[in-house]
Design a protein around this ligand. Structure first.
Ligand SMILES: O=C(O)CNC(=O)[C@H](CS)NC(=O)CCC(=O)C(=O)O
Length: 304
């Protein structure tokens, strides 16, 4: 798979601040859906969301983890795994071409390192349908959710080993998936090390943890990284065993929610305009980048 856009966190070029072009703005759409165990049905939903985003004048649409499939069991999901140059992804490449949108596809069942494991891969396609970036989820959700399900993602998923950022019409994107949200060092590195301006957190959060943690964690990432955060979401009942929290959000670098669906459990898009002058203004007024560097030097080696 192409990870050419993956930039080492220690690369000096990557650490340089993104160029601030005056007046840079970008209209984007975050998507929410209830994926089921039928790839064609899910594709048709994604197609509708893409058509709505294109009609609204957006440059990019962000779709959640498991946009193409949620099965009733882990082996069923495993059986759907395909390489990124396979027929399932080909449909989405064609969708990007047909709509002229860049697509963030927040968690594709990509063929893994062995027959028992897939990669949970967040793929960014450009408007020509080519892969602009691909990130394999690093933190796997092996959790006995209090008053909720026991999920053991690592049984059938192999973790990735590389952080990825890429440029797009919606700014410089830092890629992650779902449970990664709980590991703030990922976003610190994407932002201060790799130049991200927009942090992507496509998800299928559980209802229980979503209610308690989803919005507060997303807003915290936006505020501490001074980035836009775009969090596409799975919502509602996928099958007898699986239900997701919904509440897809677009958040600005001040921590304000600038896009959410009217129905937090519905299928559809929320549109917002990303104003990169706001991002520059927030970073100028509260100079976290500089203060962080000073703090790190004061604390020499104590931070983990
Ligand atoms: O299994 C699949 O089909 C795709 N993977 C997922 O849906 C993953 C693992 S079960 N879900 C999460 O990471 C939820 C995290 C979460 O809810 C939290 O951090 O609280």
């Amino acid at each position: 798979m192409s990870q050419s856009q993956g930039v080492s966190a220690s690369s000096p070029a990557a650490a340089a601040a993104a160029p601030s072009q005056p007046g840079r703005r970008s209209k984007v759409a975050v998507g929410q859906m209830t994926s089921v165990g039928d790839q064609l049905a899910n594709f048709n939903t994604c197609k509708q969301l893409a058509e709505q985003a294109a009609a609204a004048g957006c440059s990019m649409l962000f779709l959640p983890e498991c946009f193409s499939f949620i099965g009733a069991s882990q082996p069923e999901s495993l059986s759907k795994a395909e390489p990124l140059d396979g027929p399932a992804m080909a449909r989405y490449r064609q969708l990007a071409r047909d709509t002229g949108l860049w697509l963030s596809l927040g968690g594709f069942q990509e063929t893994g390192p062995d027959p028992e494991h897939l990669y949970n891969c967040h793929v960014v396609l450009d408007a020509s349908g080519a892969t602009a970036a691909a990130y394999r989820k690093v933190h796997l959700f092996d959790v006995d959710v209090p008053n909720g399900p026991v999920l053991m993602e690592s049984r059938t998923t192999a973790p990735g080993d590389k952080l990825v950022a890429c440029d797009s019409p919606a700014g410089r994107l830092g890629l992650s998936v779902c449970y990664d949200l709980r590991f703030p060092e990922v976003y610190q590195t994407l932002t201060w090390g790799m130049g991200a301006e927009v942090l992507l957190v496509p998800s299928a959060f559980t209802k229980v943890t979503g209610k308690a943690h989803w919005e507060v964690l997303l807003r915290a990432r936006a505020i501490e990284c001074q980035c836009f955060v775009i969090a596409a979401a799975q919502a509602g009942k996928h099958n007898e065993k699986r239900e997701s929290y919904g509440h897809a959000l677009i958040i600005d670098p001040w921590g304000e929610v600038i896009g959410r669906l009217e129905d937090p459990q519905g299928t559809g898009i929320a549109v917002a305009e990303l104003d990169f002058e706001l991002l520059s203004a927030v970073r100028t007024k509260v100079p976290i980048r500089e203060h962080r560097a000073k703090g790190r030097s004061q604390l020499a080696g104590q931070l983990t």
